[in-house]
Structures are given as C-alpha cells and as structure tokens.
Design a protein around this ligand. Structure first.
Ligand code: F6P
Ligand code: MG
Length: 428
C-alpha cells in the first residue's frame, strides 16, 4: 500500500475544503462570538465582571483565529497546559516536519487535520479562562437542534413502542429499518447545515424507501446478518457523531441490540469536549437522556427512562476521538483503545468525520476498494455516513454511473450535500 492518494487540502481551487475554510468556518466561529455576546454580555451578566473578562478573552482569541484562517497564516501552538494540548503540540510538530514551514498554514495543510485543530483551539480558549473551563460554545445550537427535532423524535418513539409490543415482528426487518433510520439521522450535523437542515429531516423517516437509491454503497443487509449472528457475548461499539435526533436513533438501535440479546453491552464513544459543533459530549449524552425522560409524550418518557437506566449502555470518551489523527494511526496512538475495538463484535462508526478518518481524507478514485482505503485500520467496522466531504471509496460501477449521469465527471457537489450516503462494512 505504498501508493496512497493525496490528502484533501483547502488550497485546492474550487474544492469544498477551500469553500469550507473561506466561508463556513468563519460563519461557524462568528456564530459563536455572537452567541457569547448575547448570552454573557459583560454589562448584563449575573456573574460579575470577571465573567466578562473570560468572555472578552475567548472572543479576542476566536477573532484572531478567524483572521489567521482568512489570511492563510501558519497554525499556532497550544499553550500546553493540559495533556490534550501537549499531544496536539506533538502532532503540530509532526505536521510541520511533514509539510515544511511554507505549507504549515490553514489552506495548505491536510484539511482533516486543520478542521480538528480548529475545534481543539476553540476548546483551549475556554480551558485557559478562569470561570469557563467547561463552557460548551455549541450548547445553545445543540439544544435548539434537539427541540427542532422533537416532532420527529415523538413520531419515532411511537413506532419503537409499537414494534416492542408486537413480539412476533420480523427482527431482520426491524433491524434493517433501525439502521436506515440511524444512517439518515446523520443528516443532522450542525457544522455543515449550521442548523437549517431540519426541514429536510421531517417526515424523512416515513419515506425511507424513497431515500434508498441515495445510498451509493449499501451493506446494510450483510451488516444485519453479522449483527444477528456474530456479536453474541461481545460488545457492540458505536463511535457517536451528532447529538440530538441522531443520538436518539443511536439509542433506538442500541436498545434493539441489547433487548434481543444480540450483544453483551453497547459502548457509546463520545467526545472529550465540544467538537465539530454538534458532536456528542458526556454533557450532551446525559442531557438528551434527561430531556427524553421529561418529555411531555408518554412513549418518549418511557424510552428515555429505560435508556437512562440500562446497565448495558456504557458511555466513554477517549482522547483519541478529539485528535487530528486518522484511524490508520489508532494502533500507534492508543493501543488500549485499538485492542478494545479489535475484539468488538462490531464497531459502528457514525458520520462524515469518522468516514474521513477511516480513509485518511484522501482524494481516492471513487472506485478504490474500501478495504484498500482503510489501509492499516484492521478493526471490524460498519460506517453509516451521509456525504459531507470530497472523499469516498468503494463505489461500484453502478453507483458511479448513477452520479456521473447526474453530475458529470468533475462535479463533486454530490459528495458534500449530505443527500447521498454510504453504509460500508469491512470485517478483517
Ligand atoms: O464539511 C462539513 C463538515 O464540517 C466536514 O468537514 C465534517 O467532516 C462534517 O461536516 C462533519 O459531519 P459529521 O457530523 O457527519 O461528522
Ligand atoms: Mg458531527
């Protein structure tokens, strides 16, 4: 595997990476600054002036970061006060060695690394304050997104309770549908949609069959077989993506797997700190369960209460998930985590960032065999992803024909709209 495609970088003209750095990241960080002003303006905050000093410190650092990304400056080191920041400084040095001084900038470094760096920096701005060390800059957006999805959550809850009552329901049909729902729940990413994708989500789960052709590689049937027969007595891992509705669909899938005794536990892997706007932190995990338990709808309350008290539901947050490393490096960077995942019944990876880390965010020819794109990552993976970045591997002739007929050879917009999806399984 010496021949490896080039990493995606922002400097590539007309690329989605370029558009993201030029337009979307400034929009994301500006939204954070506005939110900070709105919720804790020094003049009105009830925490006294020192809170205002923290706010001003974070705003000043975000503004400088926005200036540096817009003018393609070199990345700055971390203060290095925490273990996470020390690890990030090691990675920065590795990237400086690899890229050289001239390319050690926002647009010229691998886009995957730079986007992870941005969120690690936003976290550092909080941890280096006096009173806002655990502040979640995206809490307001995640909370709003959850309430925007309430109708969908309530409708799904009724369906889930109905399936439970009907004990001779076809298990394979239910598991297939839960995986489809879990896949499309991934459209709820706030770093792409910035919160305005929710109208697409409504009634989507009632029209799953209509969305089936948008799944370009669909290993769901093989995955159902694997989950029904190969996970007994082993742990089923879910590397979570977004909070809110997507997390609800993860819980629904996990409950079925435990309820039908298809695996021993479900290990939910969240993030150590706020990440890519909508990714699940421990705070989000607990907040969503409490919100479900206190919902006005009976069925939602039942599910929330049960999920909150299930001993087989185990939440973890390893530092690895908030690094800039791809999954090719997981064995070197966290051997314990690698061994845990290697011995899993299955590791379900959710979303676009996970996918990018699986395939090294390379500009693969889209028919590159998925197994080849996984390179040294030898854990048993099943990835459910709506496409939001310009990297994909493992497409069949047919799938290529589908997109080429509609978009032509050079137009990659189909890869970043989250309208298309892949469900790809690789059991080493
Ligand atoms: O481009 C949009 C983006 O920020 C990608 O860079 C990133 O991989 C994706 O959104 C995150 O989406 P998800 O929440 O599905 O991982
Ligand atoms: Mg996400």
């Amino acid at each position: 595997s010496s021949v490896v495609a080039e990493p995606l970088i922002g400097a590539t003209p007309n690329s989605f990476a370029y558009k993201t750095i030029k337009e979307r990241w400034p929009k994301i960080v500006t939204k954070v600054i506005d939110e900070l002003h709105r919720s804790y303006h020094p003049a009105v905050n009830t925490h006294g002036q020192e809170y205002g000093d923290d706010i001003n410190s974070i705003i000043a650092k975000i503004s400088e970061t926005r200036y540096r990304m817009e003018t393609n400056k070199p990345l700055l080191d971390f203060e290095g006060k925490t273990e996470d920041e020390k690890q990030w400084n090691i990675h920065l040095n590795e990237m400086l060695e690899m890229a050289g001084e001239a390319n050690f900038t926002w647009y010229n470094l691998p886009w995957l690394f730079v986007e992870c760096y941005l969120y690690a920096k936003l976290h550092e701005f909080c941890t280096s304050t006096k009173h806002m060390k655990d502040y979640d800059l995206f809490k307001v957006e995640k909370t709003k997104a959850f309430f925007d999805s309430k109708a969908q959550i309530q409708a799904l809850s009724v369906e889930l309770i109905d399936w439970e009552k009907d004990r001779n329901v076809d298990e394979k049909m239910v598991l297939t549908r839960l995986l489809q729902i879990d896949l499309w729940g991934n459209k709820c990413d706030l770093s792409l949609s910035c919160g305005d994708a929710h109208e697409q989500i409504h009634d989507m789960f009632q029209k799953l069959d209509q969305f089936a052709p948008m799944i370009l590689v669909n290993d769901i049937e093989i995955a159902v077989e694997h989950i029904m027969t190969k996970c007994k007595g082993k742990d089923f891992h879910i590397v979570l993506d977004n909070a809110g509705l997507e997390l609800f669909t993860d819980f629904a899938l996990a409950e079925f797997i435990i309820d039908r005794k298809l695996a021993k536990n479900v290990i939910f892997h969240g993030k150590d700190y706020p990440w890519f706007v909508s990714d699940v932190t421990e705070g989000d995990y607990k907040w969503v369960l409490n919100s479900l338990e206190n919902d006005e709808k009976e069925q939602v309350k039942i599910l929330g209460k049960r999920w909150k008290n299930r001993p087989e539901f185990i939440f973890k947050h390893e530092p690895f998930w908030t690094t800039g490393y791809s999954f090719w490096d997981i064995k070197d960077k966290n051997e314990k985590l690698f061994n845990e995942l290697k011995s899993a019944g299955l590791v379900l990876l959710k979303g676009d960032l996970c996918y990018r880390k699986l395939v090294g965010d390379r500009s693969w020819p889209i028919q590159t065999p998925f197994k080849f794109a996984l390179q040294t990552c030898t854990i048993p993976v099943f990835v459910l992803r709506t496409l939001k970045a310009e990297t994909v591997a493992g497409l069949s002739e047919n799938a290529v024909k589908t997109v080429r007929e509609k978009y032509g050879a050079d137009d990659l917009t189909w890869m970043v709209t989250s309208d298309y999806a892949v469900a790809q399984l690789n059991i080493p």
